[in-house]
Design a protein around this ligand. Sequence first.
Ligand code: NCD
Length: 329
Amino acid sequence: MDTENATEQINGKFKGKDILSLDQFSSKDIQILFSAVKKMKNIAVNSKPSKLLQGKIITLLFYEPSSRTFGSFSAAVKRLGGQTIAVQDPQRVSSVAKGETLEDTIRVFESYCDAIVIRHPEKGKVKAAADAAFFIPVINGGDGVGEHPTQALYDLYTIYEKFKTLENLTLLIAGDLLNGRTVHSLLKGLSLFKRNTVYLLSPSQLRLSRDDFFTFSNKGLKLIEIESTKDIPKNAHVWYWTRVQKERFTNMKLYEKVKNRFILTPQLIKDYGNKNMILMHPLPRIEEIAKDVDTDPRAVYLRSQIRNGMYVRMALLALILGKSVKNKR
Ligand code: NCD
């Protein structure tokens, strides 16, 4: 929505707000969202007919490939009785192919629907889309190497579900920390809570940008950069593995060199893991997690992490469209 400051703080009020960045959230806002998730889970798990979004239409405008974000937003809307206009690959199938600007496309679609979810290959373009929309909220479904706020919200929920807190945690985040937007949003989220420590494991070429490193450190997040699996702490609550983001590389030789530097294997878990931890990945997984990790009960990436994505997106959509999501006692 076109507000003076489109990255407006949520401040307890979700209705009508764009969701562009984890910067908009406080720890309290995250708790408000989480308290709505239980009801959403109940609707989805029991296939309960819901009218919460009846009459609402949500456009899913995806300028970059997606399966989970597209699929789970689509399912989230439908689980709540709403409908979607799905435009995947607008560069090919819509007037964008004729040269239409992003701003015009947004203004057209906002005449048809009640909210737009956008994924775009360029950082900052979803914010530009939100500025172009006069009347309806825009949700960032991933903007280039920028952010992926809804992913981080359900990653945080998955961690919260397991440990009942988002404070005093130790995490290991591995892979492409420079280009991985899910990592950027997750670190922002973790920095809202007290006394969290994050070990950052990546090839030196894919370290977190220095800007991000200092911004998050200044917010109180304890960041420890490591370049060898030997330095993984044995007490981490969460291992969050990520894909090296091939599509962000111009130098394919470099990509080949770094893509499989850190592979999560049963042996690595045996050597450095612990009983109570969880293993996460935003997916898609390429080769950075060995298939035989999938059956480890601590691996949540193809299980609860995915399901939570839909529940959290249901809750978020309901809140920004002004629906009451209070749990009945
Ligand atoms: C992520 C993304 O698009 O940033 N995927 C997703 O939405 N779950 C992660 C990735 O592509 O590596």
